[in-house]
Design a protein around this ligand. Structure first.
Ligand SMILES: C[C@](O)(CO)[C@H](O)COP(=O)(O)OP(=O)(O)OC[C@H]1O[C@@H](n2ccc(N)nc2=O)[C@H](O)[C@@H]1O
Ligand SMILES: Nc1ncnc2c1ncn2[C@@H]1O[C@H](COP(=O)(O)OP(=O)(O)OP(=O)(O)O)[C@@H](O)[C@H]1O
Length: 284
């Protein structure tokens, strides 16, 4: 049997760090949602006890370093599954972008193998398994819109943000999440975003208030290290996006845009100096 799962990209509408924990991770408070840009994952049963990964993208690992491989191995080990699986990743989400592409692939693999092997694992249990693979994986298991706390695994689902366009632009650089968290001085954060303001804007479907409340404490670190990300952010603002923020640890910058008429101008303006630009809808 062969099944398919979609693995959408996430964006952080807000990302606050409360403090650094004794285990080295950071205690976060984030509002996350998904956008209509997704990898497509095909999973096919194999009689042989093996995990095979392939992808059309030449620049991701296809061995045990791949998060989809790790997800498959985890589920096989925990539930004593003797069958194997062939997993093909049709990558559409740019890699190491701050859009949780690998995490979403891992989450989609957990959901897919749960179906393929009739394991009937409840979603909450898949999220707990996902947390072993990465901090963004539990959110990606269920998707939607949620407040994430802890190191990202404590989730509170909320209603969808007001519908709008999301323009994503990724400059051609690689940013390491652990490097950015490592360079953040949690005791000396200049501007904490207000999670309450973001939540109130979402609940009341106040698009302008949402745009005014966006904030990410990792932005300061990445923008200082990589001036091209700052330049991209300023460019998106100048082109007229209503709210602009870096996603996750970057380097992707997203712009929220309410009027469709503005989308093509912003998209074309960014394409002038950035190859990876996408105009998508918020997933509701
Ligand atoms: C930046 C975000 O993508 C925002 O959604 C996440 O906080 C990071 O999620 P992720 O890439 O799934 O992160 P993980 O793979 O768990 O961790 C990568 C590295 O980021 C750092 N890390 C991650 C999450 C967290 N709450 N505190 C951290 O300090 C740790 O150094 C860790 O070694
Ligand atoms: N299935 C996968 N897809 C993409 N990258 C993967 C995958 N599995 C492992 N990786 C590796 O993970 C690293 C991070 O890639 P990913 O696209 O998940 O980053 P990201 O979007 O910045 O994640 P996050 O937003 O969760 O920090 C890359 O260096 C890549 O080689």
């Amino acid at each position: 049997m062969k099944i398919f799962e979609k693995a959408p990209a996430k964006i952080n509408l807000s990302l606050d760090v409360l403090h650094k924990r004794a285990d080295g991770y950071h205690e976060v408070e984030m509002v996350m949602t998904m956008v209509d840009l997704a990898d497509r994952i095909e999973m096919q049963e194999l009689e042989r006890d093996t995990i095979i990964i392939s992808s059309q993208a030449g620049y991701i690992p296809l061995d045990e370093k791949n998060l989809a491989f790790q997800a498959a191995r985890l589920i096989k080990d925990r539930y004593d599954v003797k069958q194997g699986v062939y997993i093909h990743l049709d990558k559409q989400i740019p890699v190491a972008a701050g859009l949780a592409g690998g995490s979403s692939d891992a989450a989609a693999t957990l959901r897919g193998l749960n179906r393929l092997w009739n394991l009937n694992i409840p979603m909450e249990e898949l999220q707990v398994l996902g947390a072993e693979l990465g901090s963004d994986v539990p959110f990606c298991v269920t998707g939607g819109t949620a407040v994430a706390r802890g190191r990202g695994e404590k989730l509170e689902p909320i209603v969808s943000p007001p519908q709008c366009w999301v323009i994503l632009a990724k400059p051609p650089i690689n940013v390491s999440t652990s490097e950015i968290y490592g360079k953040l001085n949690a005791r000396n954060i200049k501007h904490h975003p207000s999670t309450d303001n973001v939540l109130s804007a979402i609940r009341h479907k106040q698009f302008d208030q949402l745009c005014g409340s966006l904030g990410n404490v990792l932005e300061e670190v990445t923008l200082d290290l990589y001036p091209e990300v700052r330049h991209l952010k300023e460019c998106m603002q100048r082109l007229g996006a209503d709210g602009v923020l870096m996603s996750g640890s970057g380097p992707t910058v997203f712009g929220l845009v309410s009027k469709e008429a503005k989308v093509a101008r912003i998209y074309n303006g960014l394409r002038g100096f950035c190859k990876d630009v996408y105009a998508v809808r918020m997933l509701t």
